[in-house]
Ligand binder design. Structure first.
Ligand code: URA
Length: 214
């Protein structure tokens, strides 16, 4: 297997995640259920990826007494889907962090070279001050992810976490080598890539399955 820095990869392997991932992988799973599962898995990933957010005390009154409660302090969040499949994870993140801003990065993969090309980018103006959760269900060759991270760094982002559902070792190695600070959250590290750069066993084309364009 291709080697990569495991200290910067978190595998979100809760039993509920593994159960849902099994259904997601199944080729008999239809568009509606697939879309719902991607959103649900994004909840778990967002939960893990935001575990270290700082808290501050806030004084409140319950119906019974005054007390000190907690609220999120400090940096605000941005969720940045890599188009198109990343869109499937956005609502899952927003369900947990409704105030997050949403940036979009459009990358397409050249069918022959498998290299990424940027065709659209729109980020929140204050992206440099935000914790960025970059979302894309499949980390395959890592080409699009690497390009997305480079784009975000060039626009001042410092705190970037990459959330995917299935990762190939090749993609992990490429991303972690290209960016020495990003942390990756995935529900599974699969065996590798086939000759068409699909993840094995993977789940097929995530974008087509989310949007029903098979
Ligand atoms: N993109 C996908 O949607 N699936 C793969 O297996 C690889 C890249």
């Amino acid at each position: 297997m291709v080697e990569f820095d495991r200290s910067r990869v978190a595998v979100v392997d809760h039993p509920l995640v593994q159960h849902k991932l099994g259904i997601l992988r199944d080729k008999r799973t239809g568009t509606k259920q697939f879309r719902d599962l991607v959103r649900e898995l994004a909840h778990f990933e967002c939960y893990e990826a935001t575990r270290d957010l700082p808290l501050e005390d806030v004084e409140i009154e319950t119906p019974i007494s005054a007390t000190t409660a907690k609220r999120i302090a400090g940096r605000k969040l941005a969720v940045v889907p890599i188009l198109r499949a990343g869109l499937g994870m956005v609502d899952g993140v927003l369900d947990l962090v409704p105030a997050a801003r949403v940036g979009h990065l459009g990358m397409y993969r050249d069918e022959v070279t498998h290299e990424p090309h940027e065709y659209y980018a729109k980020l929140p103006r204050d992206i440099a001050e935000r914790t960025c959760l970059v979302v894309d269900p499949m980390l395959a060759t890592g080409g699009s992810a690497e390009a997305a991270l480079q784009y975000l760094r060039a626009h001042g982002a410092t705190d970037i976490r990459f959330l995917c559902i299935v990762a190939a070792p090749e993609g992990l190695a490429r991303v972690l080598e290209a960016d020495d600070e990003v942390r990756v959250y995935t529900c599974s590290i699969d065996e590798g890539l086939n000759e068409a750069a699909y993840i094995v066993p993977g789940l097929g084309d995530a974008g087509d399955r989310i949007f029903g364009t098979l």
